[in-house]
Structures are given as structure tokens and as C-alpha cells.
Design a protein around this ligand. Structure first.
Ligand code: GCU
Length: 440
């Protein structure tokens, strides 16, 4: 009897495995990204300047109301609702090295402690401040993928002890950073160049805010949030992108009170999933004076309705923890979305925003990224600012901008020196940044 039962159980288990395998490979086969412009479906974008009740936005003060409405739509249907500043937030300066990088910069490490609902958590902000300007400087704040130590090989930088994705190139094994991971993503962070141009650079390892895997929102900062932000049955739960963006705002809380920083010139930037995050942070936190999206693609700068490259259905099945539960209702159903990503761009208005694509990064839909910047223009115009200076996508390596900007460069999905040169120029232009570096 016992043996027969075991046999039965084994057969059952084996067939469950076979079915699971068949199902998952069928699903994997099912998704064929579309890279053919002629197969992009016809679509109609929701109008950022029409309220949900059909009435029109005609004045800047009406836009303020519509802005709130759009923000609610993104909270309820895409990224989820984030809590505000926590009850208890403290900054612990753990390092302050005034002559770092051969005297070029002051290197600081700030541990950001958050306490709420009898839980606590912390994450580290690494900050380089150029020593040359004798006045508060503008800053770029961006999350990094592989730990603060990956940004620059300087041995003063603390190696993260948080969970990381394994990465042979970055020498990350068993989900832990090794000392060989120092500087492994330095091509994405030209620290000396940024400092030379008179800017500070601040970065946080995104996994210290919330580790990037689907754990039912049990780890990272999530346990500090009130139940309403976690309850997936409400549909608008604060998922991982929301938590990372919340972390960026805590970074801004620190930066705005550091006397070395010009807190009216704070730029937020991010690449890829962290570009989606930078956009959401820019939309929800207007202390970010300038917003940069680098190859952010689906759920970032790219229009969802185009279904070109990565789609809503695909991103929600590969990364079920990035967006709120309600976003899943739009899998293979983009035309029903109450928003599209041009409205996210419009939420930055009247602040400068730029999106960058890469020619070989078709997965992120460069044209869709261009179009969302383009279709945010009416909002900028209403607020007395200019959108893009062009109607059609520019050629490779030719940045185009007024208050909103776009650039497509050669190469693949990455953040590189070329991108930084564009962002530094864009920031110089908008911050009217007279670099008195040689005149002090
Ligand atoms: C995947 C994902 C993208 C994301 C990218 C990244 O490619 O499909 O949406 O932008 O990872 O973050 O590196």
C-alpha cells in the first residue's frame, strides 16, 4: 500500500514537472518581440491636457489639477503608491575624506537610517564633491546596479554587504560582492570627468533599498511601509520600482541639506530599470530639478501602446515585482491603459527632462522613447517652455533639446562616456552653470 502510494506520488510529481516545463517553454516561445515598424498597431494616446471627465486643460493652474490626476493614474495603474518621508530619518556620516582621488574630491559616505512601524533599515549614499569650486555645486544622483564599490576602484569606498545578482564580469558570486568588484562598473560612472566639470556625484546601490528579486515584498525597505502600501489586493501596492524611487527621494533628503550641494540644481538619472526608476522619482518628487532617462525602455520612456520590443505583458511576467498589481491588467491590453509614458514625461514639466536611446537597443524601443518626449510637448508649451526642436527622430549621435531633449547614440544598451557628455552639457545649459572653476 505504502509503496503503491509512493509510486503514485512519484508519477504525479513527474507529470506536474513535465506540465510545468511544457507550459513555461510554451510561454517563452509565445513571446516574439516585434521589431517591425509596419507591425506597430494603430493606437491613440490619451491626451495629457484633457481631464478624465473630458474637459480641457487651458491654463497652468488647470494643469496643476490635471497633473495630480495623472500622478494618481500612474500610482494606481503602473508603479503603485509610495509612502512619503518616514517618521524617523537620520544621516550618519561614516566617511569624510577631503583629499580623495588625488585631491580632486571630497569623498563622503552617508548611511541613511530609516525607522518606521518599529522596523529599521539603512542604505549608503556615496558622494563625491569636487574640491575646486568654492561654492555649492550641482549634483547628479543615480542608483547603481552592483554596489557603490563598483562605481570607482578607490579603496576608501565601502563594499556593499547586501544581496546582489551574480555577475561574473563584476566578480559577484553567491550574491555577495568581492573586493575584485571594485570599479567593475566604472565605465558607467566617469567620476573624474564629472568632477572636472564641476558637478558632484551621488549614488546608492539599489539592492540596499530593495533587493531585486520577487520575494513578496518581505525584504529591503518594504517591511517599514504601512500595510496599505504593501497590500497587493488593493492593486496599487508600492512594488520595487516604487521602493527604489522612494530611496532616491531619501537621497535627495540628504543632499538638499548638505551645504556643499546647490539644492536647486539636483539632477536624477538612471539606466535601464533604474532609468524607469529615475523617471518615477522625477515625477513624484519635484525637488529633482532635472531628470535623465538612459535606455529606460518599457515602463520607462517608451510608449507602451507601440508594443515594440519589450511589452507590458512581457515585463510583468519576467519581473512581476517591479510594477504594481494593477499594471498586470494591461498585459496584452495596452490600449486600455489610462495613461501612456508621454504623460510620465509631462509630469516633469516645466523641469528639463532628457531621454537617451541606443541604436542597437531595440528591446527598449528607441522610437517609442523619442515619441514620448515629443508628445509631452503640449504640456511644456502650456507652461511657457519648449519641447523638442524637431518633429522626427534625430540622426545618431546628435542630441536635440530645448527644455525636453532626446538623443540616440551608436551601440547597445549601456550608460557610457558619450551619454555623460550629453548629460553634462544638458545640465550646464539648464542650470546655467557658470563653471568658475578656473576663476576661484
Ligand atoms: C531587462 C528588462 C528591461 C530592463 C533591463 C535592465 O532587459 O527587460 O526592461 O530595462 O533588463 O534593467 O537592465
Amino acid at each position: 500500500m505504502g509503496r503503491l502510494f509512493m509510486k503514485l506520488m512519484k508519477t504525479l510529481f513527474a507529470s506536474v514537472l513535465v506540465w510545468a516545463f511544457l507550459l513555461s517553454s510554451a510561454q517563452a516561445q509565445e513571446f516574439e518581440p516585434n521589431y517591425d515598424e509596419s507591425k506597430v498597431p494603430d493606437y491613440e494616446l490619451p491626451d495629457p491636457l484633457t481631464f478624465s471627465d473630458g474637459s480641457k486643460v487651458n491654463t497652468p493652474s488647470e494643469w496643476e489639477k490635471r497633473r495630480k490626476e495623472i500622478l494618481r493614474l500612474f500610482e494606481n495603474y503602473v508603479y503603485g503608491k509610495m509612502p512619503g518621508k518616514p517618521e524617523n530619518l537620520t544621516f550618519e556620516e561614516r566617511k569624510n575624506i577631503p583629499d580623495a582621488l588625488d585631491g580632486l574630491a571630497t569623498l563622503k559616505e552617508i548611511r541613511i537610517h530609516v525607522k518606521q512601524n518599529s522596523q529599521k533599515h539603512h542604505f549608503d549614499l556615496l558622494l563625491f564633491i569636487p574640491n575646486k569650486p568654492k561654492k555649492p555645486v550641482p549634483v547628479f544622483l543615480g542608483l547603481n546596479f552592483d554596489g557603490n564599490q563598483s562605481v570607482h576602484p578607490d579603496k576608501n569606498i565601502t563594499i556593499t554587504d547586501s544581496w546582489l545578482r551574480n555577475d561574473e564580469d563584476c566578480k559577484i558570486y553567491n550574491h555577495k560582492a568581492t573586493k575584485d568588484s571594485r570599479g567593475c562598473s566604472r565605465t558607467r560612472w566617469p567620476v573624474e570627468r564629472i568632477l572636472d566639470r564641476g558637478y558632484a556625484l551621488a549614488t546608492i546601490y539599489y539592492g540596499e533599498i530593495d533587493p531585486d528579486f520577487d520575494d513578496g515584498y518581505q525584504n529591503g525597505v518594504h517591511p517599514l511601509f504601512d500595510e496599505q502600501y504593501l497590500d497587493t489586493s488593493r492593486g496599487n501596492n508600492c512594488a520595487s520600482i516604487g521602493a527604489w524611487a522612494w530611496g532616491l527621494s531619501r537621497g535627495a533628503d540628504y543632499l538638499e541639506q548638505d551645504p556643499a550641494i546647490d539644492n536647486e540644481k539636483m539632477a536624477v538619472l538612471g539606466h535601464s530599470r533604474l532609468g524607469k526608476t529615475a523617471l518615477w522619482a522625477g515625477a513624484t518628487d519635484q525637488r529633482f530639478d532635472l531628470v535623465i532617462s538612459n535606455c529606460s525602455g518599457c515602463g520607462g520612456a517608451a510608449l507602451s501602446r507601440r508594443q515594440f520590443g519589450e511589452t507590458v505583458g512581457r515585463i510583468n511576467s519576467s519581473f512581476p515585482h517591479w510594477f504594481c498589481e494593477n499594471f498586470k491588467k494591461y498585459n496584452q491590453n495596452e490600449e486600455e491603459l489610462p495613461v501612456d509614458q508621454h504623460m510620465l514625461m509631462a509630469l516633469m514639466a516645466p523641469r528639463p527632462v532628457i531621454a537617451a536611446s541606443a541604436k542597437q537597443d531595440q528591446w527598449a524601443d528607441p522610437k517609442g522613447e523619442f515619441l514620448s518626449v515629443k508628445h509631452a510637448a503640449p504640456v511644456y508649451k502650456l507652461l511657457g517652455k519648449k519641447g523638442l526642436p524637431v518633429e522626427e527622430m534625430p540622426v545618431i549621435n546628435r542630441p536635440v533639446y530645448n527644455t525636453t531633449g532626446y538623443v540616440i547614440r551608436n551601440g547597445g544598451h549601456d550608460l557610457n562616456n558619450y551619454n555623460w557628455e550629453v548629460y553634462l552639457d544638458f545640465a550646464d545649459h539648464h542650470f546655467d552653470y557658470n563653471r568658475l572653476l578656473n576663476q576661484d
